[in-house]
Design a protein around this ligand. Structure first.
Ligand SMILES: [Zn+2]
Ligand SMILES: [Zn+2]
Length: 452
């Protein structure tokens, strides 16, 4: 009988990692993500990994976010030589994500790095490209990837145990599921049939507000165009930054914001990621695909790509209105911190927060009304106007999760992962409202459960 072991994202959002296997044979590892958060959460990355290379035949990586791929270099350290299956876009993006993670770890004086750039580069040789919809085998299993619509290259994974025949054997891992409508990417694909589904539950207890985020962004830019002040937008490098560039491209083309208003993309990682997005046009949404035929959807008059730190420091010396897009997305580090320190005390500054802000981050503190905050050991008063576009998220909300799940026929067991307990408990109740007899399971960390 097959079993699944949960090596992360079981009662938490981060650290996604699951092993699907039969007794006494090596199995399939789906993701090996990093735990992200305060030091006590980071300690989980450093705990002995309950995995030996003999446990796994191969790895499947759902997408390039750090909480899904961030512990993969630990496999290099333990001498794993098997294949790591992923889409071509995921390969391009996970190289950026992991090199950045190794770089940040190297520069962190407080903690021993989890791995080095060498471990990361070793891993790159193990990548095996598979495309959506084409099946491949690992041992007794048939696998297929489906477009999850979450970030470029993201996938849900269907794994069928052929040896089990009809009794089987179809296990589906949702990966992270995208928000609807997908602005840049194809819509999330649904999977017709499965016996067991492992589904993310990040927003299991929430429904995204129905707000026009492009109009909100336009309003923010129009205000600083009048006042001559600065608009700060903390943004994740993957997907969110490209979404912002694409929205501004449209606003500029329609003359709803001025061509002369400078937009600084102050993030080397977002710049590299945007280049990758430009290489995978076959993954674009219908609108983005059309847009590409007339011009570059991520480039417009006034866009300034800021690679070097000294260029970044010079932004504050420029006069007049400006938009600054910089990481990190939750203001937990990165170049946005310098801009926050510089600009948040001014009443004329606008801070536009997009998407979810995790507990313990500066973004969350400010959203919750914190007006005296500490940035890089300095206490500052936040006098800026803060606006939150919570609908601009890369994650499915409760209704999208339910509709994705309800389209899968014959499910005997639903396992909820990748969500706080409050969120997955609400989602479990919602699923059981419609389908009272369905077993909905909420595993905990390091638990192993048998399937069917
Ligand atoms: Zn993700
Ligand atoms: Zn467009």
């Amino acid at each position: 009988m097959d079993s699944i072991r949960f090596l992360g994202a079981a009662g938490t959002v981060t650290g996604s990692s699951y092993v699907l296997k039969k007794e006494n044979t090596p199995g399939i590892l789906v993701d090996l993500g990093m735990f992200q958060g305060p030091p006590e959460i980071d300690d989980l990355n450093r705990a002995q990994l309950k995995l030996v290379p003999q446990d796994i035949e191969a790895v499947v990586l759902t997408h390039a976010h750090l909480d899904h791929c961030g512990r993969l270099p630990l496999l290099s350290k333990m001498g794993f030589t098997g294949k790591i299956y992923m889409t071509a876009a995921t390969r391009a993006l996970y190289e950026i994500t992991l090199l950045d993670a190794a770089h940040i770890a190297q520069n962190n004086e407080d903690r021993e790095p989890l791995y080095t750039e060498r471990d990361v580069r070793y891993l790159f040789d193990l990548a095996e490209i598979v495309e959506y919809g084409s099946s491949f085998t690992i041992g007794d299993y048939f696998l297929e990837l489906f477009d999850a619509g979450h970030i470029l290259g993201s996938a849900s994974v269907k794994i069928e145990n052929v040896a089990l025949g009809n009794k089987s054997g179809v296990v589906v891992f949702s990966g992270d599921l995208g928000n609807s409508p997908e602005e840049l990417l194809h819509a999330t694909e649904t999977i017709p049939k499965a016996d067991v589904v492992i589904m993310e539950s990040t927003y299991g207890d929430r429904i995204h507000p129905n707000e026009d985020t492009t109009a909100m962004l336009q309003n923010e830019i129009n205000i600083i165009e009048k006042t001559g002040a600065s608009l700060l937008i903390p943004a994740f490098s993957i997907e969110r930054s490209q979404e912002l560039l694409h929205k501004i491209d449209h606003l500029k083309k329609q003359k709803l914001v001025k061509d002369s208003t400078p937009v600084f993309l102050d993030s080397p990682m977002a710049i590299k990621t945007t280049e990758v997005y430009k290489q995978f046009k076959e993954l674009y949404s219908p609108e983005l695909s059309d847009h590409t035929k007339t011009d570059d959807p991520f480039d417009f008059p006034g866009l300034k790509l800021v690679e070097k730190v000294d260029q970044s420091k010079k932004i504050s010396a420029t006069y007049g209105p400006k938009v600054i897009i910089a990481g990190s997305g939750m203001m937990s580090g990165g170049r946005i911190m310098y801009h926050a320190l510089e600009y948040l005390p001014y009443r004329t500054t606008r801070l536009f927060i997009v998407g979810y802000q995790g507990e313990g981050t500066l973004g969350r503190e400010i959203l919750d009304g914190g007006r005296i905050v500490t940035i890089m050991d300095r206490k500052i008063q936040v006098n800026a106007t803060v606006t939150h576009a919570s609908g601009m998220s890369a994650h499915a909300d409760q209704s999208k999760l339910l509709s994705w799940f309800n389209k899968i026929a014959d499910v005997k067991k639903l396992i909820l992962t990748h969500g706080e307990d409050t969120s997955r408990t609400v989602l479990k109740e919602k699923v059981n409202e419609k389908n009272p007899s369905l077993e909905v399971y909420m595993p905990h960390m390091n638990e192993t459960i048998s399937l069917i």
